[in-house]
Write a protein that binds this ligand. Structure first.
Ligand code: UDP
Length: 340
Protein backbone atom coordinates (compact mmCIF):
# COMPACT_ATOMS: atom_id res chain seq x y z
CA UNK A 1 0.00 0.00 0.00
CA UNK A 2 1.36 3.47 -0.91
CA UNK A 3 0.03 6.38 1.13
CA UNK A 4 0.29 10.09 0.45
CA UNK A 5 0.40 12.09 3.68
CA UNK A 6 -0.10 15.82 3.12
CA UNK A 7 1.18 17.66 6.16
CA UNK A 8 3.32 14.70 7.17
CA UNK A 9 6.04 16.88 8.68
CA UNK A 10 3.67 18.14 11.37
CA UNK A 11 3.28 16.72 14.84
CA UNK A 12 0.36 14.38 14.12
CA UNK A 13 1.37 13.79 10.50
CA UNK A 14 4.86 12.57 11.36
CA UNK A 15 3.51 10.07 13.90
CA UNK A 16 1.03 8.87 11.29
CA UNK A 17 3.91 8.37 8.85
CA UNK A 18 5.76 6.25 11.44
CA UNK A 19 2.68 4.10 12.04
CA UNK A 20 2.10 3.54 8.31
CA UNK A 21 5.74 2.62 7.73
CA UNK A 22 5.64 0.29 10.73
CA UNK A 23 2.83 -1.70 9.15
CA UNK A 24 4.75 -2.02 5.90
CA UNK A 25 3.31 0.78 3.78
CA UNK A 26 5.26 3.04 1.47
CA UNK A 27 4.77 6.69 2.40
CA UNK A 28 5.15 9.89 0.42
CA UNK A 29 4.92 13.10 2.44
CA UNK A 30 4.08 16.41 0.82
CA UNK A 31 4.65 19.39 3.09
CA UNK A 32 5.65 23.00 2.50
CA UNK A 33 7.25 23.13 5.98
CA UNK A 34 5.43 26.36 6.86
CA UNK A 35 4.60 24.95 10.29
CA UNK A 36 5.86 21.38 9.96
CA UNK A 37 9.53 20.55 10.36
CA UNK A 38 12.09 18.35 8.65
CA UNK A 39 13.30 17.42 12.08
CA UNK A 40 10.09 15.43 12.68
CA UNK A 41 11.02 13.11 9.80
CA UNK A 42 14.82 13.16 10.15
CA UNK A 43 14.88 9.65 11.65
CA UNK A 44 13.46 8.29 8.36
CA UNK A 45 16.43 9.37 6.24
CA UNK A 46 17.62 6.33 4.31
CA UNK A 47 14.31 4.47 4.63
CA UNK A 48 13.63 3.20 1.10
CA UNK A 49 9.86 3.17 1.69
CA UNK A 50 9.76 6.86 2.64
CA UNK A 51 9.99 10.02 0.57
CA UNK A 52 9.52 13.71 1.40
CA UNK A 53 8.37 16.12 -1.31
CA UNK A 54 8.69 19.73 -0.22
CA UNK A 55 5.77 21.40 -1.99
CA UNK A 56 2.66 23.41 -1.26
CA UNK A 57 -0.61 21.50 -1.74
CA UNK A 58 -2.11 24.69 -3.18
CA UNK A 59 0.46 24.79 -5.96
CA UNK A 60 2.25 22.55 -8.40
CA UNK A 61 1.89 18.93 -7.28
CA UNK A 62 3.67 17.40 -10.30
CA UNK A 63 6.52 15.99 -8.18
CA UNK A 64 4.01 14.58 -5.72
CA UNK A 65 1.95 12.95 -8.46
CA UNK A 66 5.10 11.50 -9.98
CA UNK A 67 5.65 9.65 -6.68
CA UNK A 68 2.24 7.98 -7.08
CA UNK A 69 -0.11 6.40 -7.89
CA UNK A 70 -1.37 6.20 -4.33
CA UNK A 71 -3.68 3.80 -2.52
CA UNK A 72 -4.59 6.24 0.26
CA UNK A 73 -4.51 10.04 0.64
CA UNK A 74 -4.33 11.52 4.14
CA UNK A 75 -4.85 15.30 4.19
CA UNK A 76 -3.41 16.83 7.36
CA UNK A 77 -1.89 19.89 5.68
CA UNK A 78 -2.84 23.10 7.52
CA UNK A 79 -1.56 25.37 10.23
CA UNK A 80 -3.42 24.13 13.32
CA UNK A 81 -2.21 26.01 16.38
CA UNK A 82 -4.11 29.22 17.26
CA UNK A 83 -0.77 31.02 17.15
CA UNK A 84 -0.10 29.64 13.66
CA UNK A 85 -3.49 30.31 12.17
CA UNK A 86 -3.34 33.87 13.50
CA UNK A 87 0.09 34.25 11.88
CA UNK A 88 -0.96 32.58 8.60
CA UNK A 89 -4.67 33.33 8.14
CA UNK A 90 -4.67 33.35 4.33
CA UNK A 91 -2.54 30.21 4.12
CA UNK A 92 -4.86 28.49 6.59
CA UNK A 93 -7.98 29.29 4.58
CA UNK A 94 -6.53 28.53 1.18
CA UNK A 95 -4.76 25.32 2.22
CA UNK A 96 -8.08 23.94 3.39
CA UNK A 97 -9.82 25.21 0.25
CA UNK A 98 -7.50 25.04 -2.79
CA UNK A 99 -5.22 22.48 -1.17
CA UNK A 100 -8.13 20.19 -0.39
CA UNK A 101 -9.38 20.53 -3.96
CA UNK A 102 -6.01 19.49 -5.38
CA UNK A 103 -5.69 16.52 -3.07
CA UNK A 104 -9.24 15.46 -3.93
CA UNK A 105 -8.20 15.55 -7.59
CA UNK A 106 -5.36 13.15 -6.83
CA UNK A 107 -7.71 10.82 -4.93
CA UNK A 108 -10.24 10.95 -7.76
CA UNK A 109 -7.63 10.34 -10.47
CA UNK A 110 -6.14 7.40 -8.55
CA UNK A 111 -9.58 6.09 -7.54
CA UNK A 112 -8.67 5.97 -3.83
CA UNK A 113 -9.84 7.06 -0.41
CA UNK A 114 -9.06 10.48 1.03
CA UNK A 115 -9.17 11.22 4.75
CA UNK A 116 -9.57 14.90 5.63
CA UNK A 117 -8.27 15.92 9.04
CA UNK A 118 -10.83 18.41 10.27
CA UNK A 119 -11.14 19.82 13.76
CA UNK A 120 -13.32 20.32 16.81
CA UNK A 121 -13.09 24.00 15.85
CA UNK A 122 -15.95 23.39 13.40
CA UNK A 123 -18.10 23.44 16.57
CA UNK A 124 -16.72 26.90 17.50
CA UNK A 125 -17.64 27.87 21.07
CA UNK A 126 -20.10 25.00 21.52
CA UNK A 127 -23.42 25.24 23.32
CA UNK A 128 -23.93 21.47 23.36
CA UNK A 129 -21.81 19.24 25.63
CA UNK A 130 -20.22 16.93 24.81
CA UNK A 131 -20.21 17.59 21.08
CA UNK A 132 -21.61 14.85 18.82
CA UNK A 133 -20.94 14.87 15.08
CA UNK A 134 -24.54 16.02 14.51
CA UNK A 135 -23.97 19.30 16.39
CA UNK A 136 -23.78 22.15 13.90
CA UNK A 137 -21.62 24.47 15.92
CA UNK A 138 -21.48 28.05 17.11
CA UNK A 139 -18.83 29.68 14.93
CA UNK A 140 -18.08 33.38 14.46
CA UNK A 141 -17.41 33.59 10.70
CA UNK A 142 -15.47 36.85 11.02
CA UNK A 143 -13.66 36.37 14.35
CA UNK A 144 -9.92 35.85 14.83
CA UNK A 145 -10.27 32.06 14.78
CA UNK A 146 -12.43 32.08 11.65
CA UNK A 147 -9.63 31.30 9.14
CA UNK A 148 -9.20 27.92 10.78
CA UNK A 149 -12.83 27.27 11.70
CA UNK A 150 -14.26 28.32 8.36
CA UNK A 151 -11.37 26.85 6.39
CA UNK A 152 -12.07 23.45 7.92
CA UNK A 153 -15.84 23.82 7.49
CA UNK A 154 -15.27 24.64 3.80
CA UNK A 155 -12.87 21.72 3.50
CA UNK A 156 -15.46 19.33 4.94
CA UNK A 157 -18.11 20.68 2.60
CA UNK A 158 -15.77 20.35 -0.38
CA UNK A 159 -14.91 16.75 0.51
CA UNK A 160 -18.58 15.82 0.75
CA UNK A 161 -19.29 17.63 -2.52
CA UNK A 162 -16.55 15.55 -4.18
CA UNK A 163 -18.11 12.42 -2.73
CA UNK A 164 -21.63 13.31 -3.87
CA UNK A 165 -20.75 14.79 -7.26
CA UNK A 166 -17.68 12.76 -8.24
CA UNK A 167 -17.88 9.62 -6.14
CA UNK A 168 -14.59 10.21 -4.28
CA UNK A 169 -14.47 8.03 -1.15
CA UNK A 170 -13.86 10.68 1.52
CA UNK A 171 -13.78 10.30 5.29
CA UNK A 172 -13.67 13.21 7.74
CA UNK A 173 -11.96 13.07 11.13
CA UNK A 174 -12.75 15.93 13.49
CA UNK A 175 -9.68 15.98 15.70
CA UNK A 176 -10.02 17.39 19.21
CA UNK A 177 -7.01 18.72 21.13
CA UNK A 178 -4.08 16.42 20.52
CA UNK A 179 -0.64 16.55 22.12
CA UNK A 180 2.56 14.57 22.16
CA UNK A 181 6.22 14.62 21.18
CA UNK A 182 7.41 16.68 18.15
CA UNK A 183 5.38 19.86 18.66
CA UNK A 184 7.53 22.91 17.97
CA UNK A 185 8.81 24.61 21.10
CA UNK A 186 7.11 27.79 19.85
CA UNK A 187 3.89 26.03 18.79
CA UNK A 188 1.91 28.12 21.27
CA UNK A 189 -0.69 25.50 22.20
CA UNK A 190 -1.34 24.79 25.81
CA UNK A 191 0.48 21.47 26.27
CA UNK A 192 3.72 22.46 24.51
CA UNK A 193 3.63 25.82 26.29
CA UNK A 194 3.11 24.35 29.76
CA UNK A 195 5.66 21.57 29.19
CA UNK A 196 8.33 23.93 27.89
CA UNK A 197 7.65 26.39 30.69
CA UNK A 198 7.74 23.66 33.36
CA UNK A 199 11.04 22.31 32.02
CA UNK A 200 12.44 25.84 32.11
CA UNK A 201 11.40 26.25 35.75
CA UNK A 202 8.27 28.28 35.01
CA UNK A 203 6.19 30.27 35.17
CA UNK A 204 3.24 28.57 33.45
CA UNK A 205 1.07 31.03 31.52
CA UNK A 206 -2.61 30.50 32.26
CA UNK A 207 -4.92 32.43 29.94
CA UNK A 208 -8.00 33.79 31.70
CA UNK A 209 -9.03 32.17 34.98
CA UNK A 210 -8.25 28.70 33.67
CA UNK A 211 -11.85 27.52 34.14
CA UNK A 212 -12.23 26.83 30.41
CA UNK A 213 -12.08 23.13 29.60
CA UNK A 214 -10.37 20.96 27.01
CA UNK A 215 -10.09 17.22 26.48
CA UNK A 216 -6.61 16.09 25.50
CA UNK A 217 -5.77 13.05 23.42
CA UNK A 218 -2.31 11.56 23.08
CA UNK A 219 -1.04 11.56 19.51
CA UNK A 220 -0.48 7.78 19.22
CA UNK A 221 -4.15 7.19 20.01
CA UNK A 222 -5.28 9.71 17.41
CA UNK A 223 -3.05 8.11 14.79
CA UNK A 224 -4.67 4.72 15.46
CA UNK A 225 -8.08 6.37 15.03
CA UNK A 226 -7.07 7.93 11.72
CA UNK A 227 -5.88 4.60 10.33
CA UNK A 228 -9.00 2.81 11.60
CA UNK A 229 -11.21 5.39 9.91
CA UNK A 230 -9.26 5.17 6.66
CA UNK A 231 -9.27 1.39 6.54
CA UNK A 232 -12.85 0.65 7.59
CA UNK A 233 -15.07 -0.35 4.70
CA UNK A 234 -18.37 1.31 3.91
CA UNK A 235 -17.66 4.69 5.52
CA UNK A 236 -17.46 6.92 2.44
CA UNK A 237 -18.89 10.36 3.19
CA UNK A 238 -18.87 9.78 6.97
CA UNK A 239 -17.65 12.11 9.71
CA UNK A 240 -16.15 11.06 13.05
CA UNK A 241 -15.00 12.84 16.17
CA UNK A 242 -11.58 11.61 17.31
CA UNK A 243 -10.48 12.82 20.72
CA UNK A 244 -10.34 12.02 24.39
CA UNK A 245 -13.62 12.38 26.31
CA UNK A 246 -11.91 13.15 29.64
CA UNK A 247 -12.63 16.86 30.14
CA UNK A 248 -10.53 18.98 32.49
CA UNK A 249 -10.03 22.67 33.13
CA UNK A 250 -6.92 24.37 31.83
CA UNK A 251 -5.96 25.19 35.43
CA UNK A 252 -6.16 21.48 36.29
CA UNK A 253 -3.99 20.78 33.26
CA UNK A 254 -1.38 23.25 34.53
CA UNK A 255 -1.30 21.37 37.83
CA UNK A 256 -1.02 17.99 36.10
CA UNK A 257 1.94 19.29 34.06
CA UNK A 258 3.57 20.61 37.23
CA UNK A 259 3.17 17.18 38.83
CA UNK A 260 4.41 15.28 35.76
CA UNK A 261 7.45 17.56 35.50
CA UNK A 262 8.06 17.41 39.24
CA UNK A 263 8.14 21.18 39.50
CA UNK A 264 6.26 23.55 41.76
CA UNK A 265 6.76 26.52 39.46
CA UNK A 266 4.60 29.61 39.53
CA UNK A 267 1.38 29.92 37.50
CA UNK A 268 0.77 33.42 36.13
CA UNK A 269 -2.45 34.68 34.57
CA UNK A 270 -2.63 36.37 31.18
CA UNK A 271 -5.67 37.72 29.32
CA UNK A 272 -7.94 35.18 27.68
CA UNK A 273 -7.66 35.37 23.86
CA UNK A 274 -10.83 36.49 22.04
CA UNK A 275 -13.30 33.74 21.12
CA UNK A 276 -11.48 31.16 23.24
CA UNK A 277 -14.02 28.29 23.52
CA UNK A 278 -15.37 27.92 27.06
CA UNK A 279 -15.88 24.14 26.97
CA UNK A 280 -14.80 21.42 24.61
CA UNK A 281 -15.30 17.68 24.91
CA UNK A 282 -15.93 15.10 22.19
CA UNK A 283 -18.75 12.60 22.08
CA UNK A 284 -16.88 9.61 20.63
CA UNK A 285 -19.74 7.08 20.78
CA UNK A 286 -19.76 6.85 17.00
CA UNK A 287 -16.04 6.06 16.75
CA UNK A 288 -16.36 3.48 19.53
CA UNK A 289 -19.30 1.80 17.79
CA UNK A 290 -18.24 1.87 14.14
CA UNK A 291 -14.43 1.90 14.39
CA UNK A 292 -13.98 0.03 17.67
CA UNK A 293 -11.70 2.91 18.65
CA UNK A 294 -11.14 4.81 21.87
CA UNK A 295 -8.07 6.55 23.31
CA UNK A 296 -6.02 4.45 25.69
CA UNK A 297 -3.16 6.63 26.94
CA UNK A 298 -3.79 8.35 30.24
CA UNK A 299 -2.97 12.04 30.59
CA UNK A 300 -0.16 11.56 33.11
CA UNK A 301 1.53 8.95 30.91
CA UNK A 302 1.13 11.13 27.80
CA UNK A 303 2.52 14.17 29.59
CA UNK A 304 5.49 12.13 30.81
CA UNK A 305 6.30 11.05 27.23
CA UNK A 306 5.82 14.60 25.92
CA UNK A 307 8.00 16.14 28.61
CA UNK A 308 10.77 13.62 27.94
CA UNK A 309 10.77 14.37 24.22
CA UNK A 310 10.68 18.11 24.79
CA UNK A 311 13.51 17.95 27.31
CA UNK A 312 15.61 16.06 24.76
CA UNK A 313 14.88 18.68 22.11
CA UNK A 314 15.73 21.53 24.45
CA UNK A 315 19.05 19.85 25.24
CA UNK A 316 19.73 19.29 21.56
CA UNK A 317 19.42 23.02 20.96
CA UNK A 318 22.37 23.37 23.31
CA UNK A 319 20.54 26.06 25.16
CA UNK A 320 19.85 26.13 28.82
CA UNK A 321 16.11 25.76 29.46
CA UNK A 322 15.96 29.28 30.84
CA UNK A 323 16.98 30.66 27.44
CA UNK A 324 13.90 29.07 25.95
CA UNK A 325 11.47 30.49 28.45
CA UNK A 326 9.06 32.87 26.78
CA UNK A 327 9.34 36.34 28.30
CA UNK A 328 6.05 36.94 30.08
CA UNK A 329 5.71 40.54 28.93
CA UNK A 330 6.23 39.53 25.31
CA UNK A 331 3.69 36.71 25.56
CA UNK A 332 1.10 38.96 27.14
CA UNK A 333 1.46 41.78 24.67
CA UNK A 334 2.38 39.97 21.48
CA UNK A 335 0.12 39.85 18.46
CA UNK A 336 0.46 36.07 18.58
CA UNK A 337 -1.50 35.99 21.78
CA UNK A 338 -3.81 38.95 21.61
CA UNK A 339 -4.72 38.72 17.92
CA UNK A 340 -6.27 35.31 18.33
N1 UDP B 1 -3.90 28.32 27.05
C1 UDP B 1 -3.34 28.74 28.26
N2 UDP B 1 -1.99 28.99 28.30
C2 UDP B 1 -1.18 28.84 27.22
C3 UDP B 1 -1.76 28.39 25.99
C4 UDP B 1 -3.12 28.16 25.95
O1 UDP B 1 -4.03 28.89 29.28
O2 UDP B 1 0.03 29.08 27.34
C5 UDP B 1 -5.33 28.01 27.02
C6 UDP B 1 -6.11 28.65 25.86
O3 UDP B 1 -6.57 29.94 26.23
C7 UDP B 1 -7.24 27.67 25.69
C8 UDP B 1 -6.62 26.32 26.03
O4 UDP B 1 -5.47 26.62 26.82
O5 UDP B 1 -8.29 27.92 26.58
C9 UDP B 1 -6.21 25.52 24.83
O6 UDP B 1 -5.49 26.36 23.97
P1 UDP B 1 -4.72 25.83 22.69
O7 UDP B 1 -3.99 27.00 22.12
O8 UDP B 1 -3.92 24.64 23.04
O9 UDP B 1 -5.81 25.33 21.66
P2 UDP B 1 -7.38 25.59 21.44
O10 UDP B 1 -8.06 24.47 22.13
O11 UDP B 1 -7.76 26.91 22.04
O12 UDP B 1 -7.54 25.58 19.96
Amino acid sequence: MRALVAGGAGMIGSHLVDALLARGDEVVVVDNLITGRRRNLAHLAGNARFRLVVADVRGDLAATRAAGPFDRVYHLASPASPRDFARYPIETLTTNAEGTRRLLEIARADGVRLLFASTSEVYGDPQTHPQPETYRGNVDPTGPRSPYDEGKRYGESLCLAAWRAEGVDVRIARLFNTYGPRSRLDDGRVVPNFCRQALAGGPLTLYGDGAQTRSLAYVADIVQGLIALMEANGLAGETFNLGCPDELTVRELAERVQAAAGCRCEIVTLPLPPDDPVRRCPDIARARRLLGWAPRTGLDEGLRLTLAAMAAEMCSHLLSPSQLAEPIAAAAGSGDHTAR
